[in-house]
Design a protein around this ligand. Structure first.
Ligand code: MOS
Length: 787
């Protein structure tokens, strides 16, 4: 009841397939009542087609590059051709005089990279692609011509682009001064100052616990290995793009972004504007994967150009710029030791790792090994190694993806050393009942019983089966909010700043409102991706659905409560006894009813409006920091891979992947399966193909396009089968959690374990190219990742 501070309610609780019970929860007085399990619902949990699917496949959808404003100019960025140089002089005048050019400016803000303490001598460029200047002109051709007229005088400096060379005491130094910052989720925040020596910043030992040395000493079996992972770039289908429109009454930025509210706050601060004078808008979006989380250097450049030129300015990065300077997944070198008793119980996990995010921070291995298995003794030491290459940034399950490649192979090896099936070992050391259910369901569907001893095939093409697990925190943005309106004509609309990164949150919101109003998803107008609406959550950390669906349901429920109050007198029963279904508001026995439209016609004024913000999870969060809460229980995920390895050519073909995944209450299985397919394909692509190659002699990226930077295509796609568990946690008004990152973690190690099962050779280096596989088989020298 409104006004009640809290009430007690019984919520669905448990795992399906399997046991479903109820849990008692204290909830706020303005929370919607318990939501039945999916099987009893009309729209939530149903494979509703995405609301903008038709627009996307017909080309009608409006992406940021489709935004064309009157008088819009075209911006281009001048980028350094040197991996390291002092910028001795920069003369923009010849460019500014070029016909059609309306603004030219120097760029010197460090955005997206590690921030160096003041005192370093003069302006330097730190990598090929580092931004130096920007121009805006009436046409793209004029902007391009003007770039070539800028006179930039570079004094080349020694540089380093190889991680091993960068670690040496005599290596050229990337940063002359100490840098600060924690990076992103790739490394756990240390809280303490981190040492920096030459190009090596670290080690950061945050997250260690117990005594790993003692645990290893008393282990009966120790598995050791060094694992190397490469730099992967995000390769979003839609490149980074912005249209900035600076006017006297405020700034509007059309931007392909993962966080409208965050970019608004960033730009307001950077340009000294109140939030009320900054608007960020995004409609359709072609992915982000972490690389579109903030206002990058190109966004700030577009805003400054627009301010100077007094006209809207568009900047769209091309594929080369995407590879050079829009973020990447850092490379890692992980030395791993896992100790266990004969029974399989882990006595220690010790990880010594360094990696490179170029001129960025955060090349750690995340929190994967901290939380996956029961182990009291855990040590981790992580260092960032700087090289003269574009900064890394968060990328789909940052840290955990390279971390899983190492740990899950070590666990596979441990199982073999102990004479245990990999599933049986995990049954002993994995405390998660959800992953247990996923191992069971996945093994059955996959046919794990077919698995043979390593290298069992006699011929040159050898088949093998492998599996691996994932771990990801169930995150919530606590600031997410939305407004639901019921208009007098019976139409219903939702407003939120939340953006659809491409995974379909708008469709899920339409389902939630359809469920509450008794209308159909297509009856609901979804207005999202605009900071003129209540602030939405970011689309990162796999937290969008978990963050925005509970306030959407609560706002819809409050609006319906008001509608029912408005029509109760006409229907002759108290409002609590009215139900909304099939487009009508009816008494419980169905004898009296009004159509939704008739009911809405009784609204006083033109609308009912209800605003709701994300409340805390019922029972609180396990951990909370800033605007983030983490559910007490993390997300799981188990994947099984079947491969064929040609030991004469070294070519690995992944034939089939079975992915068992949980995400709390699944809201739309069609879209979730689509996300899991994407996660598996991205993981496969990482495992076998993707690798940014930097030339050690010139510092240039040699494959800064999609011709030479290979990503998996349909031809390499395996059969993918998704098993979706329903995990009712009784934690919020929708009980939904994320799926994007968990689905990307287990694929590469599952494939690597399958390659081992096929061949008896362990591949500890990514990508598993023919050269790498042949080297592991003892048939050819190893290729090294370029960074
Ligand atoms: Mo993601 S790397 O949290 O977009």
């Amino acid at each position: 009841m409104p006004g009640d501070p809290t009430r007690t309610q019984r919520e669905p609780f448990g795992l399906l397939p399997g046991a479903l019970g109820e849990a008692e929860r204290q909830v706020g007085g303005d929370e919607a009542p318990p939501l039945a399990p999916n099987a009893a619902l009309a729209w939530i949990g149903k494979p509703v087609p995405r609301i903008n699917g038709r627009a996307k496949v017909t080309g009608a959808a409006r992406y940021t590059v489709d935004v064309k404003l009157p008088g819009m100019l075209h911006g281009r960025l001048l980028r350094s051709p040197h991996p390291h140089a002092r910028l001795a002089a920069l003369d923009l005048a010849p460019a500014a005089k070029h016909p059609g050019v309306r603004a030219a400016l120097a760029l010197d803000e460090a955005v997206g990279r590690a921030v160096e303490a003041p005192g370093a001598g003069g302006r330097r460029v730190l990598y090929v692609g580092d931004v130096v200047a920007a121009v805006a002109a009436a046409t793209p051709e004029a902007a391009e011509a003007a770039l070539r007229l800028i006179r930039a005088d570079y004094q080349p400096l020694p540089f380093v682009v190889e991680i091993e060379k960068a670690r040496r005491a005599d290596a050229p130094v990337v940063f002359e001064r100490p840098v600060h910052g924690e990076g992103y989720a790739g490394a756990i925040a240390s809280g303490a100052p981190i040492a920096q020596q030459g190009n090596v910043r670290g080690p950061n030992t945050a997250g260690s616990r117990g005594d790993a040395g003692a645990g290893l000493a008393r282990a009966e079996v120790v598995v050791e290995g060094e694992f190397r992972t490469q730099v992967q770039t995000h390769c979003c289908m839609e490149t980074h793009a912005v249209v900035a429109d600076w006017r006297a009454d405020g700034l509007t930025v059309y931007l392909s972004t993962q966080y409208t509210a965050g970019v608004r706050a960033e730009l307001a601060q950077a340009f000294g504007l109140p939030l009320s004078r900054v608007r960020v808008v995004v409609d359709a979006m072609g992915g982000g994967f972490g690389s579109k989380s903030g206002a990058g250097n190109y966004v700030r450049a577009a805003v400054r150009l627009s301010r100077e030129a007094r006209a809207p300015v568009r900047i769209a990065l091309d594929r080369r710029e995407e590879h050079l300077d829009s973020g990447n997944r850092p490379a890692t070198v992980q030395k791993l030791r896992v100790g266990a008793g004969r029974d399989g119980a882990l006595t220690a996990i010790a990880i010594d790792t360094y990696g490179t995010a170029g001129v960025g921070l955060g090349a750690g291995v995340g929190f994967f090994a901290q939380g996956l298995y029961a182990c009291d003794n855990f040590s981790i030491a992580q260092s960032d190694v700087f090289i003269n290459a574009g900064p890394g940034c968060a990328m789909r399950a940052p840290g955990n993806v390279p971390g899983a490649f190492a740990l899950e192979q070590a666990i596979d090896e441990l199982a073999e050393r102990l004479g245990l099936d990999p599933l049986a070992l995990r049954d002993r050391i994995d405390p998660s009942p959800v992953r247990l259910a996923e191992r069971r369901a996945g093994a059955e569907r996959f046919g794990w019983g077919r698995r043979r001893a390593p290298g069992a095939d006699a011929g040159p093409v050898k088949r093998g089966l492998g599996m691996a697990q994932s771990f990801w925190t169930a995150n919530v943005n606590t600031q997410a909010s939305c407004e639901v309106r019921i208009l007098r004509d019976g139409s219903v609309e939702l407003f939120s700043g939340v953006q659809d990164i491409g995974s379909g949150i708008g469709t899920v919101l339409a389902q939630v409102l359809a469920e509450e109003t008794g209308l159909r998803p297509e009856d609901i107008a979804i207005h999202i991706g605009d900071t003129n609406f209540p602030a939405g959550p970011p689309s990162y950390g796999s937290l969008t659905t978990a963050s925005i669906t509970p306030p959407a349901r609560n706002a819809a429920w409050r609006a319906m409560r008001e509608l029912k109050r408005a029509v109760a007198p006409a229907l002759g029963v108290p409002p609590e006894q009215l139900v909304a279904r099939g487009g009508r508001i009816a008494t419980a026995d169905g004898t009296r009813s009004l159509s939704f439209r008739e009911a809405a016609g009784r609204i006083r004024g033109d609308r009912i409006s209800a605003l709701a913000a994300r409340s805390d999870d019922y029972g609180g969060f396990g951990r909370r920091f800033g605007e983030m809460g983490q559910a007490k229980e993390p997300l799981g995920g188990v994947q099984f891979a079947e491969v064929a390895v040609d030991v004469e050519t070294g070519i690995v073909r992944v034939e089939r992947v079975v992915a068992a995944q949980d995400c709390g209450r699944p809201m739309n299985p069609k879209q979730i399966e689509s996300q899991v397919h994407g996660g598996v394909l991205m993981g496969l692509s990482y495992a076998l193909y993707e690798n940014r190659v930097v030339d050690r002699r010139t510092g240039h990226v040699l494959n800064a396009d999609l011709e030479h930077y290979k990503i998996a295509r349909a031809r390499e796609a395996p059969a993918i089968e998704v098993i979706l568990l329903e995990h009712y946690r009784a934690a919020s008004a929708t009980d939904a959690y994320g799926i994007a990152e968990p689905a990307n973690i287990a694929t590469a190690p599952a494939i690597a374990n399958a390659v081992y099962n096929a061949t008896g050779a362990r591949v500890r280096q990514l990508p598993m190219t023919p050269a790498t596989v042949l080297a592991a088989l003892g048939r050819a020298p190893a290729a090294r990742p370029s960074a």
